[in-house]
Ligand binder design. Structure first.
Ligand code: HEC
Length: 92
């Protein structure tokens, strides 16, 4: 019985959309979220981004700073991440 339950849980987890598969509740769904989580979780929780509120230029600078820290992504991916962050955590 328990094995059946575990199998059901595994199957339902696999059928969820990618953004729903992690526990990063402070990161709203949106285009680029999956890339952001993949790249920004390389060193620390990607959720620390949710503590910042920046305008588009500010997020670009912060993402550049993380690239200098050693974040691994293409320029296009960094661009996607900056846009996701600017849309999700805009300056007040
Ligand atoms: C190669 C490792 C690495 C990756 C990948 C990385 N970071 Fe960081 N991050 C750091 C380090 C080291 C610090 C602390 C020192 C600093 O602020 O530069 C930090 C700090 C931060 C802070 C806090 C800055 C502050 O001033 O309080 C934020 C926000 C942040 N990272 C966001 C991101 C985002 C968004 C991404 C994805 C683009 C990312 N990080 C990817 C290494 C990384």
């Amino acid at each position: 019985m328990r094995k059946v339950l575990i199998a059901v849980l595994l199957v339902s987890a696999a059928s969820m959309p990618a953004w729903a598969q992690d526990d990063y509740k402070s990161l709203p769904p949106g285009p680029g979220r999956d890339v952001m989580v993949r790249v920004c979780a390389q060193c620390h929780s990607p959720e620390i981004a949710a503590q910042q509120k920046l305008d588009a230029a500010g997020w670009k600078d912060l993402v550049n700073q993380m690239a200098n820290n050693g974040a691994q992504a293409t320029d296009a991916e960094f661009d996607t991440i900056s846009k996701y962050l600017a849309a999700s955590f805009p300056a007040n």
